[in-house]
Design a protein around this ligand. Structure first.
Ligand SMILES: NC(=O)c1ccc[n+]([C@@H]2O[C@H](COP(=O)([O-])OP(=O)(O)OC[C@H]3O[C@@H](n4cnc5c(N)ncnc54)[C@H](OP(=O)(O)O)[C@@H]3O)[C@@H](O)[C@H]2O)c1
Length: 361
């Protein structure tokens, strides 16, 4: 039991919750800022938290309604040894605000707010681990126009790594995805500039995962946005509305072949707290993926789901666009061997079948 206190933002979301479980299993005490009591109740009721049954002295919550407000985290800083800052808005179907404010302003101000609170009120804070993203250090067009990426990358072996940086793309943004990518670039830049210019007592580690796959314990139904299988497995779109929303009829789809397992990303955040890991560095987390393998992997692990007609063979023709990343430090420094796509796909399809109440294997 380390007993050190970690302030963990984003603990009510997919990745943050997985980090919370990892922290508790490794003996940390955790304080989770949340936006509402409902979100807190959802975390408390999730299966791993129920199973771990942490005492009130190990798991604490605090309401922080607006992370971007000045001093938002001041009170939450008391006695904190480490901060893991995960919270950030992700693209959604239900967006009402201006996309520049909803993404770029929220992300940058969220980062600055926690850095300032740590500097002013977090007298014991030794390290801040921030969740960045590969989209922070690659141009948004790689993701929104993957066919163009394929052309651009053709014939040259471009490898990007944790020290790659790009400039922030200027508004207006064509889509939520473009605004989200700009927000991740701008917030990484804001955090690194803060540490460079203010030389605080604490250091900064940035974790840059690619697309995160894995079990989502907070999801209540098969319509979870984490059920990315919708786009990959024909038949899986027939969710609660009975409609087949899968992309089986969409013809050819090109997508960057990058993904990473959620529990690996969580492990990296927690490992990054160790004093044997030097501060002020970044880690890229990615496994190369061939999307066209999804049906084969699902058939291997869940043959009955095909025999019963729940999943259909065939489907869209996927073109996987390679975008290569240097991830060596994850193994060499953090000691983590990143899981393969077989493991990720098995976990997500398995969870889908579990939630559907199907005996898929
Ligand atoms: N998912 C991916 O594939 C992926 C890949 C690379 C990096 N990332 C990064 O990983 C982090 C977590 O992503 P996720 O997939 O876990 O997303 P998620 O499930 O949507 O969780 C986001 C978390 O951030 C909180 N949040 C969002 N906007 C906020 C705001 N304005 N103020 C306060 N809290 C806010 C949410 O709180 P509520 O519960 O109250 O909404 C939630 O706890 C983000 O930094 C994201 O950029 C994600």
């Amino acid at each position: 039991m380390t007993g050190e206190l970690v302030l963990l933002t984003g603990g009510t979301g997919f990745l943050g919750y997985t980090i919370l479980v990892d922290l508790l299993k490794h003996g940390y005490r955790v304080r989770v800022p949340a936006r509402s009591d409902d979100k807190i109740a959802r975390v408390r009721a999730a299966s791993s938290i129920v199973a771990l049954n942490p005492p009130a002295t190990q798991l604490m919550f605090v309401i922080v309604p607006d992370m971007a407000a000045r001093g938002a985290y001041d009170e939450a800083m008391q006695g904190v040894d480490f901060i893991i800052h995960v919270a950030a808005p992700l693209p959604t179907d239900h967006l009402e605000a201006q996309i520049e404010d909803a993404f770029v302003t929220a992300c940058v101000q969220g980062n600055l707010s926690i850095l300032r609170s740590a500097q002013n009120k977090g007298k014991m804070v030794r390290r801040i681990v921030m969740t960045s993203s590969t989209v922070a250090i690659a141009h948004a067009d790689f993701y929104s126009d993957a066919a163009a990426t394929a052309q651009r990358e053709a014939g040259e072996e471009v490898i990007r790594g944790p020290d790659t940086r790009v400039s922030v793309s200027a508004p207006p943004y064509k889509s939520q995805l473009h605004a989200y990518c700009a927000a991740k670039t701008a917030s990484l830049d804001a955090a690194e500039s803060f540490v460079r210019e203010q030389t605080p007592r604490f250091d900064l580690i940035s974790i840059m995962p690619s697309l995160i796959f894995g079990k989502d314990e907070l999801a209540t139904d098969t319509d979870s946005t984490r059920m990315l299988m919708y786009r990959l497995l024909p038949g899986t779109g027939s969710g609660s509305d009975g409609q087949d929303n899968s992309s089986a009829e969409q013809g050819e789809i090109a997508a960057v072949g990058n993904a990473v397992l959620c529990t690996d990303v969580a492990r990296a955040h927690v490992r990054a707290l160790d004093p044997d890991v030097k501060g002020n560095q970044s880690f890229v987390l990615n496994s190369d993926v061939k999307w066209e393998d999804t049906v084969l992997i699902a058939k291997k692990h869940f043959p009955h789901a095909f025999e019963s007609g729940l999943f259909r063979p065939g489907g869209p023709k996927w073109t996987t666009v390679p975008l290569r990343w240097d991830t060596a430090k994850v193994r060499d420094v953090l000691g983590i061997d990143l899981s393969t796509y077989d493991v990720m796909a098995k976990q997500v399809v398995g969870e889908y079948l579990e939630k559907l109440g199907s005996k898929g294997r």
